[in-house]
Design a protein around this ligand. Structure first.
Ligand code: NAD
Length: 499
């Protein structure tokens, strides 16, 4: 597909998805020959049969990654050489943008224009950013006595297991692959069983770009099968995990039960969006929260799903939110015009509808939305939904819904707002809206979150770390800090005689 504006329905009908694994540079069936059906959440149609990887397949992928690492075909290449290959990888991702975007949209349901403009661009930028960084990072010499030299160097760890979710399949994979590959590691990637297709294509594209075979392997499969086998593997040096807090906990257990591999968890969120009465443009705050909450069908770890509004401006704020939310009504994800697409599958649809029920049962007042729509398409669509009159103790305020459901809570004082915002097991992101400079800084400092936004929500860049406090995780994706996760720090002492 090379035309700039393809007919996405025609392209979708012609799409033949290859669901075989990618190990040692080759497409392979699972050793047991098993597959599972990959269904599109847009209309329920089968996109292809995907290899159901199990322990034997993970063993083969890890062995391939290990031998690629040990013979130095990638790890011992000069950083400038790795840079060139990864830059080519990034360029080829962009060249395949239509195909990758279509696969992403068909596989997980997001609108095609966002797959094109956000997801493909972001994964290409991520790979290029780490490629460009890797030949500009210096190691250290410690300020020791003259009789010795102490070198402090960073070395690639070896084999990295990457386990990623379905909400931004390519971007999450890219956040692991960029720093892990640039640093010289080999990778075994286990994509979500709900969205495995783009990861498999990324691996093929990487080899076409010159990445040596075996350095980047992909084993699709279920979490409790392929995912568990990877996380328990004795020859995997680190796990870069993005997903739920429930599974993040298991990742730590698997490491404890196996080889104490490093575990970097990027987990769930219930991010607080705190609007004070002194913020001059309440409508702007309300429009921002609607846009951020309903982007990607609300299936974003950092969605601002708990909104705290000062009681004196709450009615004004809610009137704008109620007018904005319907603008995100779900539509046909292939139309190029839908503001929201489909929920990833029938299970997640029921989870979201279950939380909407819980909101009603616990006495919150639904301002707008609340229903499944477009059921006649065979796909899974939910209206953008806003509850107000929520308390911070309600289920819809405490648990991550991972769907288009916003909870609005009124507050009276700054102390109360901060206490409620911090009263969460999560700590991924937060936002404070105030034109009082002291208050803005004070509250930004007081909020327990890996990222705090002031008077905006969507600012983002590869240069800044992304990750959470508390049960939102421990590692940080993005920025140069991500290299810390995929490298070991080594000290080398050299004696210098005759001084
Ligand atoms: P999930 O935890 O169910 O699955 C994530 C991955 O783990 C999948 O590949 C899955 O197959 C695998 N997995 C599941 N059970 C496993 C097991 N027992 N052993 C090994 N692997 C297993 O999460 P999900 O539903 O795919 O994604 C949604 C979650 O991801 C949300 O909680 C969201 O907040 C989180 N998320 C976090 C970030 C972040 O950067 N902090 C970014 C995106 C998504």
């Amino acid at each position: 597909m090379n035309a700039r504006t393809p007919d996405w329905h025609v392209a979708a009908a012609a799409m033949q998805a290859d669901g075989r694994m990618f190990i040692g540079g080759k497409r392979l069936h699972a050793q047991a020959g098993e597959t599972f059906d990959c269904l599109s959440p847009i209309d329920g149609r089968k996109l292809g049969a995907v290899a159901r990887g199990r322990t034997a397949d993970i063993d083969a992928a890890v062995a391939s990654a290990r031998s690629a690492f040990e013979d130095g075909r990638w790890a011992k290449k000069a950083p400038a050489v790795r840079k060139k290959v990864l830059q080519r990888f990034s360029e080829k991702i962009l060249a395949a943008r239509d195909e990758l975007a279509l696969l992403e949209t068909l596989d997980m349901g997001k609108p095609i224009q966002y797959s094109l403009a956000v997801d493909v661009g972001a994964v290409a930028r991520t790979i290029a950013w780490y490629a460009e960084a890797v030949d500009k990072i210096y190691d250290e010499i410690a300020p020791t006595a003259h009789t010795a030299l102490a070198l402090i160097t960073r070395e690639p760890m070896g084999v990295i297991g990457a386990v990623v979710p379905w909400n931004y399949p390519m971007i999450m994979a890219g956040w692991k692959l960029g720093p892990a590959l640039a640093a010289g590691n080999s990778v075994v990637l286990k994509p979500s069983e709900k969205s495995p297709l783009t990861a498999l294509r990324l691996a093929e594209i990487a080899v076409e770009a010159g990445l040596p075979e075996g350095v980047f392997n992909v084993v699709p499969g279920y979490g409790h099968e392929a995912g568990e086998a990877l996380a328990l593997h004795m020859d995997v040096d680190a796990i870069g995990f993005t997903g739920s807090t429930r599974v993040g906990r298991k990742m730590l257990e698997y490491a404890g039960r196996s080889n104490l591999k490093r575990v970097y968890n990027e987990l769930g969120g219930k991010s607080a969006f705190v609007v004070f009465e002194d913020y001059a443009d309440i409508a702007r705050a309300a429009k921002t929260v609607a846009g951020s909450m309903f982007f990607n069908q609300g299936e974003s770890c950092n969605a601002p799903s708990r909104v705290f509004v000062h009681e004196s401006v709450a009615d004004e704020f809610l009137a704008v939110v109620a007018a904005e939310a319907p603008k995100y009504q779900p539509g046909d994800p292939l139309s190029g015009k839908a503001a929201m697409g489909a929920i990833v599958d029938a299970v997640q649809l029921q989870t979201v509808l279950g939380y909407i029920d819980a909101g009603h049962r616990e006495g919150a007042r639904m301002l707008t939305g609340g229903k499944q729509v477009r059921a006649e398409t065979g796909g899974f669509f939910v209206e953008p939904t806003v509850f107000e009159g929520v308390t911070n103790q309600m289920k819809i305020a405490r648990e991550e819904i991972f769907g288009p459901v916003m909870s609005v809570i009124r507050f009276k004082t700054e102390d109360e707002a901060v206490a409620m915002a911090n009263d969460s097991t999560y700590g991924l992101q937060a936002s404070v809206w105030s034109h009082n400079i002291d208050r803005a800084h004070r509250v930004a400092r007081a909020l327990h979150a890996g990222t705090v936004h002031v008077n905006q929500y969507d600012e983002d860049d590869m240069t800044v770390p992304f990750g959470g406090f508390k049960q939102s995780g421990n590692g940080r994706d993005k920025s140069l800090h991500a290299f810390d996760k995929y490298t070991e720090l080594k000290t080398t002492w050299i004696r210098i005689d005759g001084q």
